[in-house]
Design a binder for this molecule. Structure first.
Ligand SMILES: [Zn+2]
Ligand SMILES: [Zn+2]
Length: 257
């Protein structure tokens, strides 16, 4: 039985259902989830409406950083909202999104210590637009470089570690998997099994295990329906020849637990 979920979205994330922490707490009681981290998207916390997409492509990293600094009020508000539920097994987290050109995360690192769970994600690869791949080799190269850049930064977990390529149907060579897993291990960053993205696949998971990578199980819930459902994780581990005990040995422990 899995009772911890490190990756959960609320209405503050643009692509999630209009649900908030109270809704999850009720569902947690029904499904046996004991602790979970709220991890809304950093870009969505800072920016509203069409700025969310527009600024990503317009601003240089320096300009972006200044824009983020100016909006620290939104981040303060987010942290204080989630913190109110700390006594109920809710952890204060965030899912950092990258600036598409540099791979730097959209985040004011002065806030790092206020978070118990910091997830980093690769969400866009320039050669893959709307699921269409212009050049598979370029996509692999960009994906690897954005992922390694993500792992350079001070995160706890790399989310859905192979999703961008898998979703686009681009195969990932072993050398690419190994580069990601080796770097995560050397940096002490956990890799995620994510049921929202159905990622990674069994082969990647086996390699993580062989190399002793830290693994976390997350639903990445964007709706109540997804929350508390670890069937994907169980099936995947079975397919990869692992069991729950293997994962616990390698698991990420949330602060305070
Ligand atoms: Zn994500
Ligand atoms: Zn997410």
């Amino acid at each position: 039985m899995f009772t911890v979920d490190c990756h959960v979205h609320t209405l503050r994330s643009a692509c999630a259902d209009p649900i908030d922490i109270e809704d999850y707490l009720e569902r947690a009681r029904q499904t046996g989830v004991e602790r979970f981290a709220i991890t809304d998207h950093s870009n969505d916390i800072y920016f509203d409406g069409e700025d969310r997409q527009r600024l990503k492509w317009m601003l240089s990293p320096d300009e972006y950083y200044r824009a983020v600094k100016k909006r620290s009020g939104q981040m303060d508000e987010y942290i204080s909202h989630v913190s109110r539920y700390r006594d109920m097994g809710v952890h204060v987290g965030i899912e950092l999104e990258q600036m598409p050109q540099s791979g730097d995360f959209i985040f004011d690192w002065d806030y790092r210590d206020q978070f118990e769970v910091v997830i980093g994600s690769v969400h866009s690869v320039p050669s893959i637009r709307k699921g269409i791949v212009k050049d598979a080799d370029a996509a692999r190269e960009e994906f690897l470089s954005l992922t390694l850049r993500a792992l350079d930064q001070d995160i706890d977990i790399l989310a859905h570690p192979t999703r961008s390529l898998r979703k686009a149907g681009v195969t990932m060579p072993e050398s690419c998997s190994d580069a990601i897993i080796d770097k995560a291990v050397s940096r002490g960053i956990s890799l995620e099994i994510n049921s929202h993205s159905l990622d990674p696949g069994p082969e990647f998971l086996r390699r993580c295990f062989d190399k002793g990578a830290g693994l976390v199980l997350s639903t990445d819930s964007h709706s109540l329906r997804e929350f508390g459902d670890f069937s994907f994780h169980r099936d995947l581990m079975k397919e990869a020849g692992l069991n729950g005990r293997n994962i616990e040995q390698h698991g990420f422990t949330l602060a305070g637990g």
